[in-house]
Design a protein around this ligand. Structure first.
Ligand SMILES: [Zn+2]
Length: 453
C-alpha cells in the first residue's frame, strides 16, 4: 500500500499517516458560513482537501473513506445580512448553500459524504455544552455559557502559544459575565428578532466553535484521522474545537492529524475589497475562466505555501489544459504514474505532481497522463465542456477570401481587422503560402467568437 505522509500542524512535522481504522478513514474540514458567494480564497481549502480525499480513496478504497464538511448556517454575519436585505434567514442560507455547491462543483470538487448544517445539530450541541458544564469546563452566566479555557491545560498547543501570549496578541472580548477574558462563548441569548432555540439557559443560539465539535463527534466519532481548514482558522477556532472535544470526550483523541492550507493572494497582494482585487469564484467563472483552469492554478502551488493568483497563471493553465485535453482526447486512461502518486502521497505535493504531469505530456504518455490527472480531478469529462473543439472552418474560409481580395486590391485593412478580431477572441491566426490555420490559444473565448459570426 502507498505510504502517505502528511504535515501535522500539531507536531509541526511531516509524519507517516496511519489511519485509526483503515476500513474507515475519517476526515473533517471546516466549511463556509453561508451568507454570500464564496470568494477565491474560500475555494482553496475545498480544492486542497478534495485532492487529499481523492488520494485517500485511491489508496484505501472509495468505500473506506468518510469526509465531512459543514455549513455554518447560524451566525451573526448571516443575521446581519438578513436584517439589511429584509429577507428571511432561511432563504439566504438555502440560496448561498446551493451557490457554494454549484461553484465548488465547477471546480471539480467531489461532494463530501456528509455536509451537516449547524442548525440541524442544535440538540447535540446543547447536550455537549451540558456535559462540559457538568465536568467543570464551562459555566453559565447571564444567559451565556462560556468555556473555561484555563480548565484545559493543553490549550494553545496547536498554534504553539501559551494562553498568556494569546491574551496579549488577540483581540479578546472582555465581558462582565466572563471569569477570564480568554473564555469563549458556547451559547448566547437570542432576542426575539434573532434565531433561537430552547435550552437550559433560555432561548439562544450556539457560538460558532461548538458546532464543529458536535457535528464531527456525531458523524465521525470521538477520535478520527484528519481535521483540515485554512490556517486562519487555527486560532481561535481550531484551538477551541480541540478544547471542547477533548474535555467533552476525554477518552477520545479528537483529530489525529491537523492540516492547514496557507492563504491566497491576488497578483502578489492580499485580496481585499479596498484594493479592488477581491473576487468570487463566480466572478471568474462568469468572466469565462473555466473551473478546471482555476483548479489547475490552485494545484500548481503546494497547499502550505501562499498561493498567488495571477491572470498570467490562468492563461498558462488554460493553454496547458487545452493541449493536454487534445492529447488525451479519445484515449483510455491506463494506470496512475508512480511519480504522480508519490508526489501526492508526500504531503499532498500537488505542485510536484503537476510537474510530473508535464513530463508525461512531453513524453506523449497520454493514457498515464489521463489516469494521473484524474486522481487530481483534472481532464475528466465533467469539467471538459469548455475545451471542446470548436469548428473554425467558417472563419478560416473568410480569412482566405479576404486575403485573396487584399492581394488583388493591395488594401489589407479588412484582412487585418478580421485577424485582429480573431486574436481578441483568443484565436491565433497562422498564415503561410500553403493556407490559413486558426488555432485556439490561451484566453480563447467562444462567446467572443459568436459575435464575429
Ligand atoms: Zn470548524
Amino acid at each position: 500500500m502507498t505510504e502517505i505522509k502528511l504535515h501535522n500542524t500539531l507536531t509541526r512535522r511531516k509524519e507517516v499517516f496511519t489511519p485509526l481504522d483503515p476500513e474507515n478513514v475519517r476526515m473533517y474540514v471546516c466549511g463556509p458560513t453561508v451568507y454570500d458567494r464564496a470568494h477565491l480564497g474560500n475555494a482553496r481549502p475545498v480544492v486542497v482537501f478534495d485532492v487529499l480525499y481523492r488520494l485517500l480513496r485511491h489508496v484505501y478504497g472509495p468505500e473506506h473513506v468518510t469526509y465531512a464538511r459543514n455549513f455554518t448556517d447560524v451566525d451573526d454575519k448571516i443575521n446581519a445580512r438578513a436584517a439589511e436585505s429584509g429577507r428571511p434567514i432561511g432563504d439566504i442560507t438555502a440560496e448561498t448553500t446551493q451557490w457554494f455547491l454549484d461553484d465548488m462543483s465547477e471546480l471539480g470538487a467531489l461532494e463530501p459524504n456528509h455536509m451537516p448544517r449547524a442548525t440541524q445539530y442544535i440538540p447535540q450541541m446543547v447536550a455537549m455544552i451540558e456535559g462540559l458544564i457538568a465536568d467543570g469546563h464551562a459555566y453559565a452566566a447571564e444567559g451565556h455559557v462560556l468555556f473555561r479555557v484555563r480548565s484545559y491545560k493543553e490549550y494553545g498547543r496547536l498554534s504553539g502559544r501559551s494562553v498568556d501570549d494569546m491574551i496579549a496578541g488577540a483581540r479578546v472580548e472582555v465581558a462582565p459575565y466572563k471569569e477570564d477574558p480568554m473564555d469563549f462563548v458556547l451559547w448566547k441569548p437570542s432576542s426575539d428578532d434573532l434565531p433561537g432555540w430552547p435550552s437550559p439557559w433560555g432561548r439562544g443560539r450556539p457560538g460558532w466553535h461548538i458546532e464543529c465539535s458536535a457535528m464531527s463527534y456525531e458523524l465521525l466519532g470521538e477520535s478520527f484521522d484528519i481535521h483540515g481548514g485554512g490556517n486562519d482558522l487555527m486560532f481561535p477556532h481550531h484551538e477551541n474545537e480541540i478544547a471542547q472535544s477533548c474535555c467533552a470526550h476525554p477518552s477520545g483523541g479528537f483529530a489525529q492529524v491537523w492540516m492547514h492550507n496557507e492563504m491566497l493572494q491576488v497578483e502578489g497582494k492580499k485580496m481585499s475589497k479596498s484594493l479592488g482585487n477581491f473576487f468570487t469564484v463566480r466572478d471568474l467563472l462568469d468572466k469565462g475562466i473555466p473551473g478546471e483552469v482555476i483548479r489547475f492554478v490552485f494545484l500548481s502551488t503546494h497547499y502550505r505555501k501562499p498561493m498567488d493568483w495571477t491572470a498570467e497563471k490562468a492563461r498558462e493553465a488554460e493553454a496547458t489544459l487545452r493541449k493536454w485535453r487534445a492529447l488525451t482526447e479519445g484515449v483510455s486512461a491506463t494506470d496512475v504514474a508512480d511519480p504522480v502518486l508519490e508526489a501526492l502521497a508526500d504531503d499532498v505535493n500537488t505542485a510536484g505532481a503537476v510537474a510530473e504531469l508535464h513530463r508525461l505530456a512531453a513524453a506523449g504518455a497520454a493514457g498515464e497522463l489521463k489516469a494521473s490527472a484524474a486522481l487530481m480531478g483534472l481532464l475528466g469529462e465533467e469539467l471538459g465542456d469548455w475545451a471542446k473543439a470548436v469548428d473554425l472552418s467558417e472563419f478560416a474560409q473568410r480569412i482566405r477570401n479576404l486575403r485573396t481580395h487584399a492581394i488583388e486590391t493591395k488594401d489589407f485593412s479588412e484582412l487585418d481587422a478580421a485577424k485582429a478580431a480573431l486574436q481578441t477572441a483568443g484565436v491565433e491566426v497562422r498564415m503561410s503560402k500553403d493556407g490559413v490555420e486558426l488555432v485556439p490559444g490561451a484566453g480563447f473565448d467562444v462567446s467572443k467568437l459568436e459575435t464575429l459570426k
